[in-house]
Structure formats: structure tokens, C-alpha cells
Design a protein around this ligand. Sequence first.
Ligand SMILES: C[S@@+](CC[C@H](N)C(=O)[O-])C[C@H]1O[C@@H](n2cnc3c(N)ncnc32)[C@H](O)[C@@H]1O
Length: 221
Amino acid sequence: MRRPVVSENIVHFMRTRQKQNEGHLAALEAFARKENIPIIPHETVAYFRLLMQTMQPKKILEIGTAIGFSALLMADNAPDAKITTIDRNEEMIGFAKENFSKYDVRNQITLVEGDAVDMLSTLDETFDFVFMDSAKSKYIVFLPEVLQKLEVGGVVVLDDIFQGGDVAKPIMEVRRGQRTIYRGLQNLFDATLKNPDLTATLVPLGDGLLMIRKNAEQISL
Ligand SMILES: C[S@@+](CC[C@H](N)C(=O)[O-])C[C@H]1O[C@@H](n2cnc3c(N)ncnc32)[C@H](O)[C@@H]1O
């Protein structure tokens, strides 16, 4: 289990009372748990179902594929969407390719292999939904390019932004090894939460989501 930021009994309630994964998503969730591969937790899955079914995005970008679980979840719930998903880890790329070949039945998903630092600039298209689920210290580095590729009215969701609650502490109380992430996340919050051209909200699901709506063509962070 990752680091939930609401009380354990509420997390348990959300994970057990909400609709469970079925079919290939249930199998992939079990595989990820067995292999200790981080994927979005169940309460975020339930939220993404509703988000995808309601928004019905057409062009999705994901940074951080892992085994392809969240990409397949989005594909299932937004059947008209084309999804571009980036990962740099060879082992994860191997799992994702296998899973997409079996379960991406509408050929919605394109896997881009490489570091998002290099690959983002090669994507010559725009998106209406972006899910960022990679190294947290890099969110603020990727965000300017992600926002350039996001259509006005589009939404970016960034996962794991509470650092198990560390973000609310003074830096001196954060373990030294976590401080680069801490600084990156504080810069992210400074740049987005009160930005006049964005609508941003923090959602305490899993280790926290930051959701951002782009409201203007040019965004200065
Ligand atoms: C938390 S996992 C993604 C889980 C997936 N979104 C899911 O819920 O099913 C994070 C992934 O991001 C990838 N990653 C981290 N930093 C990256 C970067 N700079 N470029 C590309 N991939 C990156 C890692 O290799 C890892 O597979």
C-alpha cells in the first residue's frame, strides 16, 4: 500500500465498498500487488472511472505507464480516446507491451519508449487530458511543456503529490533524501494553485492528486 493521507479506516472503506476491478484490470491489479509495482490505488481507480466516463476525453497523454494498468483503465472508460503513454523503464515497457497486445482491444493506446524529458518534445499533437504519474520531483520540469500541449479547457491530473503528508511540514522536518522531491512539489504548488490562468484543486485520494484546468492559451508558471 502506498501512503494514504486520510485515515486507514476510511481508506479501507473506500477500497472495499466501491466497485471492484473486474477481468483484465483485476488481474493486472493483482499482478502489480504481487510484484510490488506501484499503480494507482483503488480509490483513485473509482474516481478515474467517473472522470473518464463524464469527460470522455479524446486525446489523452500519460507520463508513467508501468504495466499499463491506468492506461487500460482510461481506455476502457473513454472508448473514443486515443492514449499516448510514456515510460523509460525497460522491464515496465515489456510488461506494458504484452498487456496492450492482449487487452487494448480497440487499439487506443500508443506506447512511447524513453524518458519523458526527451520524448515530450517529439509529440507533435495536442491533448485534452494528461495524467502525470512519474517521478514527482520532475512534475514541475515537465509541466510547462505539458501545458503547451494541452488544449484550453483540458485537464492535467498529477498523482502522489502529498508525499505521505510531508508537503505540509517545514523542510527541516523532512528526511534529507526526500527534500529534492519536497522542493519540486513546493515549486509545483507555488506555480499552479493560485495561478490566475489555471483552476487547480488538491484531492486527497491515495497520496493526493493535483488537478489543473487550463483556462488560457498562454500560461506563465
Ligand atoms: C507509479 S508508476 C506508473 C503507474 C501507472 N500510471 C498505473 O497507475 O498503472 C511510474 C512509472 O513512471 C515511469 N517514469 C518515471 N519517471 C519517468 C520519466 N522521466 N520518463 C518516463 N517514464 C518515467 C517509471 O518507469 C514507472 O514505470
